[in-house]
Design a protein around this ligand. Sequence first.
Ligand code: ADP
Ligand code: ZN
Length: 802
Amino acid sequence: MLVPIGRRRETGIVVELTETPPPDVTTRAIADVLDDEAILTPDLFALCRWAADYYMTSLADVLASALPGGLRASSTRVVRLVATNASGLHGLEEAVVAHLAVAGPTTVTALARVLGDRRVAGAVRTLVARGVVAVDEQLRAPVAKARFERVLELARSLDADALAELERRAPRQQALYGRIVRMPERAIEVRALDRSERTAAAALVRRGALVSIRRERYRDALGPERAAVAPPVLTPAQRSAVDAIAEHASFQVLLLHGVTGSGKTEVYLQAAARTHASGRSVLFLVPEIALTHQLVTRVQQRFGNGVAILHSGLGPGERWDQWRRAARGEARIVVGARSAVFAPIADLGLVVVDEEHDAAYKQDEGLRYHARDLAIVRAKLAGAPAILGSATPSVESYQQALDGKYRLLSLPDRVEGRPLPAVEILDLRTLTPAPLMGADGAAPPGRRARATSAARALAGSGLGRNEDEAPSMLLSAPLIAAIGETLARREQTLLFLNRRGFARALQCVGCGEPAGCPSCSVSLTFHERRAVLLCHHCGFARPARSPCAHCGRDALRATLEGTERIEAEVATRFPDARVGRLDRDTTSNKGAHRRILEAWESGALDILIGTQMVAKGHDVHGVTLVGVLLADVALNMPDFRAAERAFQLLTQVAGRAGRGTRPGRVLVQTYRPAHHSLVAASSHDYAGFAPQELASRRELAYPPFARLVVLRFEGVEAEQTERAAMELAAFGRELERTVTVRGPAPAPLERLRNRYRWQLMLASSSVRDLHQGVRRLLGHWRGLRAARAVRLVVDVDPVSML
Ligand code: ADP
Ligand code: ZN
């Protein structure tokens, strides 16, 4: 509803009714009621309350994130000219009057923008006082509104006499009447009629044969309805998973661990079909709609019109329509990305979270929630089972299964006996790059390709490899040979180089160990401004130039190279191959992105070099070779989850090979061939990976054996930000009986969007102690002077540590 606040009007949401006003509060009348249906269901409201408490924010913030955008109405102030012949005006006032004279009524904000002067508001006040202009409050309607249409519906059937009369005297009316009677819903939209038909329609309304009604019309966000496809017969493993899910009529989390291509999606669909058949609804979360297009199609093929789809690509109106279809129970299968966890759903009977380990479920702006975790809370509130599915479950979820809190279901094999690709590890420490010769025996042209910015910074400090003329370290002889063989068989090669946002770790090219923090077991990060290697968990620092702590050799290097350099070398070595590259540089242009992917999918490219963008989703049958150029990039991320992420990523990338009829081969290059993530991923061995990973998490008191909250300080001034972090950290030490405090330390991305960033990490095995501690810190923070200039962001259960 619309409520007055000061001189403005804003949208408010009714969360509770009381008989008596709270004391010490002046009440004002509600200006307008905007919705005639409640937009939040009770379970959804309970979820929002839970989230506000758990993520330590206000209910208003949660509601703002939970509700679809464009719902809010608000008011603005519009200035209009009332006297045109005013005299004695000053510069700015004159400019305001002149602008209003040509442009007509304008908002105060727009005036300030056009005139480029922030003192406009003052000038307007003066002009109002002198009676030159007037200010009106104008309501800005919500963008998302229901759309209505006029429909003519059959009111009563005409008898034979009346029909005979129509036939003689009004053939147009008779034709229209006949058309409507033959329509299944016995109604027709007015906009489908031409002029003469509208005249006939009006006459039929007068006769009482038709009535004109206003009906809501949903915008079509789903595209054409898909032809129904019959479900396949389940494999025995799938069948027992579906049966196990059906055993739970109330809340229970089931962790479905199935290797890639084992038929997890089919399990979700058939479990959903059972819930659907019992008249209840299903919430189906996927990490990113754009990448799960095939899955969405499969859901639509199975459930047709009963599906609502929610994602950020929808316009506000489309989204609002999907939202209400779900709320009204007209769509009983709701598919969506992260924010769909807040969709209103009538009679929720099942929650599915596909790829539950995916970091995309964590929202890292505004309300920092984890959609998988909220989905579980939601299932609990609704008394419904929740399925978390993945080929590489997060160790957090897996530990819950080991503890017996979640029920573990497994699909150990691919359907129809298809083999998993063979993965080989190539040890870069022992492989010297093959010499590179251009056609004339000299180094080929175009070799001065740009290095990554981190590599440039490191080169400047003497730690990078500044050897533009040398062959790439990342194209080893065995990999080159494999590419040649694949080309000869006219099959496709995917070369994958993970560059996710960040690569400022140094690594010993002698023994393979990265420069790491002795107490936190994460990679150190090269910080240019300080010329040091820093642990951004605890703040440990050492000079950037130092020997390897593991083997003592002076061989710490930045091992990452740019994709452009790789592309240039591949093109030189295989002059006849059709080579494409897909990374942030080539895809700043949307059309280019699509063209490259289409060429790749249609087989018009032989070799594709790509960053993490190519790791997910794409199902290209001609790909039989996948080369992971440097697995260490993922391992060296300055994050305690680096080993887990590397395992997940490798499993996913390897899954790109051999999806057609021919078997796939995966070559993984690394300086750390014995790392447990790589060894386990190469033998598709989750059960081998998880216990080792969990053991190291336990030892260092990281999740799932502790809960974390990261406090991030962001300020325009470096010193001030650092001081603020130090000050709050000092207070934090007083909590150390119940909460471990790590840091403060600069964030790995020390400067982002013109702000300096520091962070403080708080951990405890008790959620309660942790939250209590953080609340005390936040209370203390509000009293600090620094709080006025430095922003403090609270990240509960952080996922990205950058
Ligand atoms: P996942 O989600 O585990 O990667 P999918 O459910 O996508 O696996 O299944 C992989 C492939 O196998 C798909 O093409 C799917 O249509 C097919 N498939 C799944 N289950 C069966 C089955 N029971 N019989 C035949 N084909 C199946
Ligand atoms: Zn440390």
